[in-house]
Design a protein. Structure first.
Length: 228
C-alpha cells in the first residue's frame, strides 16, 4: 500500500472478516511502501484486531513490484496470493483462486475473460487493451491482462519468479509473465469480479509512459537470460 489511509480501511475490514470465516490457516501481510500519510498507523490499528496480520514498512517508496516481492519473501504459506488494497477485487474471489492453485503453479485474475464481471470506463478499457497488445508484441507471452492486481502462486514458484526481479514498479507483472513462460510453469487465467476504484495510483497517461519503459525492460531481460 502507498498512501492508502482513505481507500484501504473498508477493503481491509472485508478481507479480515472473510479470512476469519473462510480460511483455516492463513496470514495477512500488509506492506506499507513508504507511505507519507497515516497508512502505517491504519495497519497497526488493524493488527490489534487480528494476530495473524504481519506489517512490513519502510520509509522510502520503492514501487509496487518491490512491495509485492517483499511480501512474497516474508510469507510462510505454501500458497501465496497478492491482492490490491483499493477494494477493486472482492475478497470472495480468493476462494476461487485457492482452489485453482491446487492444480496450477500460477493463477492470475483475468479481466479480459468474457466470464468476468468488470466495471470500468471505456477510455480505460481502450488504454489497457492497447498496452496489452504492445506487451504481447514485445514479449510474445499471449496475455490479455498483464496488470491485474490479483495473482497467486505456489510458494516455490513465487520465490523463483520474484528472485532477481528487474522492475520494481508497475511493469513487474509483465516480467513475471515473461518468466512464467520461459520456466514453463502451468498458468490458469481466472475470470473475476472487478470494479475500478477512484484514486488509483495509475493515472490516465501512465500506460503511455509505461509503454516506453516496456522497451527498456525487454532489453534488460535479453541481457540476463541466464537468470530467467
Amino acid at each position: 500500500m502507498y498512501n492508502e489511509e482513505k481507500r484501504a480501511p473498508k477493503f481491509l475490514n472485508e478481507l479480515i472478516n472473510f479470512s476469519k470465516k473462510n480460511l483455516k490457516n492463513y496470514e495477512l501481510i500488509f506492506v506499507d511502501d513508504g507511505s507519507k500519510d497515516k497508512t502505517l498507523d491504519m495497519c497497526k490499528a488493524f493488527k490489534t484486531k487480528n494476530i495473524k496480520i504481519k506489517i512490513i514498512s519502510y520509509k522510502k517508496n520503492q514501487g509496487k513490484g518491490f512491495a509485492v516481492k517483499t511480501g512474497v519473501f516474508n510469507a510462510k504459506g505454501e500458497k501465496i496470493i497478492f491482492i490490491d488494497a483499493d477494494g477493486s477485487i472482492p475478497p470472495e474471489e480468493i476462494s476461487k483462486m485457492l482452489r485453482k492453485l491446487s492444480k496450477y503453479d500460477v493463477v492470475v485474475g483475468n479481466r479480459s475473460s468474457k466470464k468476468s464481471v468488470i466495471k470500468q470506463s471505456n477510455i480505460r478499457k481502450v488504454t489497457g487493451t492497447s498496452f496489452n497488445i504492445l506487451v504481447n508484441i514485445l514479449f510474445k507471452i499471449n496475455i490479455n491482462d498483464n496488470l491485474c492486481g490479483f495473482k497467486g502462486f505456489k510458494k516455490e514458484v513465487a520465490c523463483n519468479l520474484f528472485k532477481e526481479l528487474i522492475d520494481k514498479r508497475w511493469l513487474f507483472d509483465v516480467e513475471l509473465f515473461y518468466k512464467i513462460k520461459k520456466k514453463k510453469y502451468s498458468l490458469y487465467r481466472l475470470p473475476i469480479v472487478w470494479e475500478h476504484k477512484t484514486g488509483s495510483k495509475i493515472k490516465f497517461f501512465d500506460p503511455i509512459i509505461m509503454m516506453l519503459k516496456l522497451i527498456n525492460l525487454r532489453i534488460k531481460l535479453l541481457k540476463k537470460p541466464s537468470k530467467i
